[in-house]
Design a protein around this ligand. Sequence first.
Ligand SMILES: [Zn+2]
Length: 314
Amino acid sequence: MQRPGPIALCLLALLSGCVSPGYDYGTRARTENDLPLKADEAQIERGRPIPILDGVGWIVGIPSKVMLLSTRVDNHFVSHGTEQSLQEYLDANDLDRVKVRLNQYAPLDEWRRLRGNKSVAPGWRYTLGTIATLTYTLVPGRITGGDHYNPFTNTVNIYSDHPAIALHEAGHAKDFSRRQYKGTWAAAYLLPGVALRHEQIATSDALSFLASEGLTGEQQEAYKILYPAYGSHIAGQVNNFAPPPSNLAITAACVIPGHLIGHWKASHVEPAGAVVEPAPSPALAATPGYVRLGDDLSLPQRPAEAPTDGFTEK
Ligand SMILES: [Zn+2]
């Protein structure tokens, strides 16, 4: 009954999350106030394998595996190949202050990073940032899964062994690295529809990076997982207004087209050598604080004075 509507919407939204020529590597980042890594600190850390705990996490993640049709989702075993892909993406985009935790639970260090991450204004860090870090502390991803980027601590948390998912999460970090008003951009995620823009940017960047690097096979795999994942985000937006059990039908109506379109896109991937990029839409380009290749860096970057109202971002 309600399927034609959501499906049509999903098709349109999914098709808008594509790539276009000329990948924009991660220069022009506004990361001077990000908390740097310590002298002896590894950028990417792994949690110690705990077979029983990771086994429980694998079972808890079955719904995600079914939805995205991949046993690598929330499998709590991140391979060195996925780690290497992530490191290459971070290096290529100069994201040297982003922390990455592979199936790791490190709440004390996350609270330290929350306190020290001056890129996000204290008004946002000590409200939404506290909620995000408290959630990380009380609902351990080592059990619940859920790959995500925490903009308040500038940390990527990965529980799935899929390079495209890891690159997507790092794509969020890259998006935030270019924002002047990082806390505001994070808060905007909670507004209806804005999350889809966040997700589209991260997905487009991951796909574009793989295309730019000539990694055809990885790009095909990325389409197959990131498109249905994007469909799940669309469903999440609609489900905010839908009572159960109709939310299951809505989720299916968004995720299934994601699979179909993702596979179709994967089958039409250009061979290595065709360079593509995430082309920011006019709306993105007009977003306050967004910078991209070609912008005039001689413009003032940020005020020299510290913020005074707690929500003004450096
Ligand atoms: Zn995302």
